[in-house]
Ligand binder design. Sequence first.
Ligand code: ASP
Ligand code: MG
Length: 401
Amino acid sequence: MQLVVQKYGGSSVATLEKMNKVANAVIKRKKEGFNVVVVVSAMGKTTNNLIEMAKSISKEPCKRELDMLMATGEQVSSSLLSIIFQEKGYDSISLTGFQAGIKTEGVHTKNKISEIDTDKIKRYLEEDKIVVVAGFQGINTEGDITTLGRGGSDTTAVALAAKLKCECEIYTDVDGIYSVDPRLFSNAKRLDYISYEEMMEMSCLGAKVMEARSVELAYKYNVPIYVASSHQKGKGTYIKELDKEMEHKVITGLTVSDNVLMETINQVPYSSEYISDIFSRLAKEEVNIDMISQTSSGDGYVNISFTTSKEDEGTVDAVMKEYIKNTPGINVKKDTDITKISVVGMGMRNESGVASKIFKLFSDNSINFKQVTTSEISISYIINASDKEKAVNVLCEAFNL
Ligand code: ASP
Ligand code: MG
């Protein structure tokens, strides 16, 4: 019998009515001759609500307890869905991450899957049961319940598909992967295919449809992913290895992230000691630096700018305050009214001139940028938030996105 892993996100299981629709879709698949492992997220905004509750008690709730708390969300949705299957006359069983054999390692609230023992799942599938697995969770070597980081149900689904050697379908509230978020550009096109590398890059750069880590896992184990809408019929998007079938465009997609904080440190004495001091202080506090740029050292001083995510603002403030204390004459400027706009495409590997084309487009449209970085398949610009709409339109039109 063929096997498929289907994952339904929080919006797809937000109400019992929606869960009922999910159940019908799974049953349809079952009737087509498939065994189905269903991975679910928590209902609607459940996870956020649980975190808020904990934060109303404590500013920094203990992460082990947060894991215990958050994992309940997926237990609720998986058991309710299983009851719906049973009510419809189908044999079904719900499993927590632990029961599904998902072992994890790392720190609480950010665990990684280290191993999956699928014996139990396989046994239930042989008994012709629909297996419903609570996404986003596992168990560590201490026997404690863990979670995989926000959006982690995607990772549960992909990891199970990798281990069970089958396709993975992700059902969500959008009908696939778009060249750009349709809320930002109404003419955005739904892509039939996108390569793992491009999807990984887009997820890391701000596209919210797929959790970046799950795509990385799919790439590593070559698990094809199909992303589609759970409530709308029609085609979705395949995330898979790049092949001849795919349309070869220079730029496949554009992403935008408003979650950017830029710090500029002026008048830093030009010595590697001073400069490395800044970044080692930040690294010690686990601040994840994204872009870095430095001006030339004409007068023995340089200006350094770096970007990070807004969540780290408090930590960065504290680190900078300490740094200034030790290095007189320095001043620090913070910028939060900025946007990072990135273009992604495998075609950039062989095609030159993309960056210069964008520089020209920006200058023709009086869009100033504050930072630029490139990777093999992407280019990112930091611009003023007020230029976001204009920049998105200009780029989407120029690259036919
Ligand atoms: N419920 C978890 C979250 O909201 C995991 C997931 O939805 O994938 O982050
Ligand atoms: Mg999600």
